[in-house]
Unconditional design. Structure first.
Length: 384
């Protein structure tokens, strides 16, 4: 009598059986179903995000007559790429649950597994789709989305806060713009900034009057930020006629603080994935911490792995046969897992921003935890 175990491991001649390979047609079909499910979930979540953002912008525009509905509507759509990138992991989770639940209810996966195809084999095409979406998002969609988000933030400053970005960082150093008490404006350039105590090195200040005409220039090796003032030490003060004099000190009124200067930098979401490494180097060369930007860059790098992990978790809630019941519990479990992951990611991200975790560890930990959870659960359900 031949045992059941011998049938699974050998043929009639006693030779080991070759592992059954997933056909190309079935691979393409599973990949297509996974892609459609993810896109449906992303579309649904994106519509909800746009509606909620539009309502919030309309509320804020209530006291801003210049913020018309056309302006608000445009801002909501410009902000959409930011939300799509944030919602993509949850779209993969919910889209995977939707598509694999449908394949399970129609017994298509049951038929495939009856032929000897393992869960790991028919998951490979779906994993390839998740990783491919992640790579496309990081390398193509993120650079395009960063431009749109930058336009959104510009419109937000114009129509809601009336404050332009005060600080810019380039390879030449730090550029800072602020109004003067006389109704004009000054443009300050420094090679480097030291935060403790707040000190600028190699400073040049250009003064402009209320007609935006050049009125004076001050050059100093050091400028210290005191409460309410920039204090230039031994500056050379020059006027448009070319006359100059050396002063002991020059006080320039300001309401800036080191934290306000740092907060004026461009948000990492407005910088392309390809440009972030260079911008991080520029920030650190000037003397500012680039922890937030470095953390964001590593989160982008970890996105393909994170999407693959969310797909694995989604599959664990989707392979149960309908006749066994408990489908509602599994769907609820998937939703709870998604929200728990969101909270965990935020906590780890906050630890990374505070410096308690290295940016690399803080960015990659959620993806690592999700992968371990998905693989462990599948091994327990399928091979345990």
């Amino acid at each position: 009598m031949i045992s059941k175990g011998s049938i699974a491991t050998s043929d009639d001649l006693g030779q080991p059986k070759r592992p059954i390979r997933l056909s190309l047609t079935l691979s393409i079909y599973i990949a297509k179903q996974a892609f459609i499910g993810i896109m449906i979930a992303l579309l649904a979540l994106g519509v909800v995000a746009v509606v909620v953002d539009l309502i919030e912008l309309l509320r804020r525009a209530g006291s801003r007559p210049e913020a018309t509905f056309a302006v608000v509507f445009t801002m909501a759509w410009l902000h959409l790429p930011f939300f799509l990138q944030q919602l993509l992991p949850f779209s993969v989770l919910f889209g995977t649950m939707f598509s694999f639940q449908r394949l399970t209810r129609s017994h298509e996966l049951v038929a495939a597994r009856a032929t000897g195809v393992s869960v790991w084999q028919f998951l490979t095409p779906a994993l390839a789709v998740a990783v491919g979406i992640g790579v496309f998002t990081v390398t193509v969609f993120n650079p395009i989305g960063s431009v749109l988000v930058a336009k959104y933030e510009t419109m937000e400053r114009i129509y809601f806060s009336y404050r332009a970005s005060m600080v810019a960082v380039s390879q030449g150093g730090l550029w800072l713009r602020q109004p003067t008490d006389e109704g004009g404006e000054l443009l300050l350039h420094a090679r480097q900034m030291q935060r403790d105590p707040p000190t600028l090195k190699s400073v040049i200040v250009f003064f402009y009057d209320d007609r935006e005409l050049f009125s004076a220039r001050a050059d100093a090796e050091v400028a210290r930020l005191k409460p309410g003032n920039w204090v230039l030490i031994d500056p050379i003060y020059s006027n448009p006629e070319g006359d100059s004099e050396v002063l002991a000190t020059l006080n320039i009124p300001t309401d800036l603080t080191p934290d306000r200067i740092k907060d004026s930098f461009e948000a990492p979401e407005t910088t392309s994935f390809w440009d972030l490494p260079g911008f991080i180097e520029q920030l650190e060369a000037v003397g500012f911490s680039a922890t937030e930007h470095r953390l964001y860059w590593h989160r982008l790098l970890s996105l393909p792995s994170l999407l693959a992990a969310m797909l694995l978790i989604g599959v664990t809630f989707s392979l149960r046969l309908v006749r066994r019941g408990g489908t509602g519990i599994l769907v609820a479990g998937g939703l709870i897992t998604g929200f728990a992951f969101y909270i965990l990611s935020d906590v780890i991200f906050a630890l990374g921003l505070s410096g308690r975790l290295p940016p690399t560890l803080a960015a990659w930990t959620p993806a690592g935890i999700a992968i371990l959870l998905g693989v462990t659960t599948l091994l327990h359900l399928e091979d345990g």
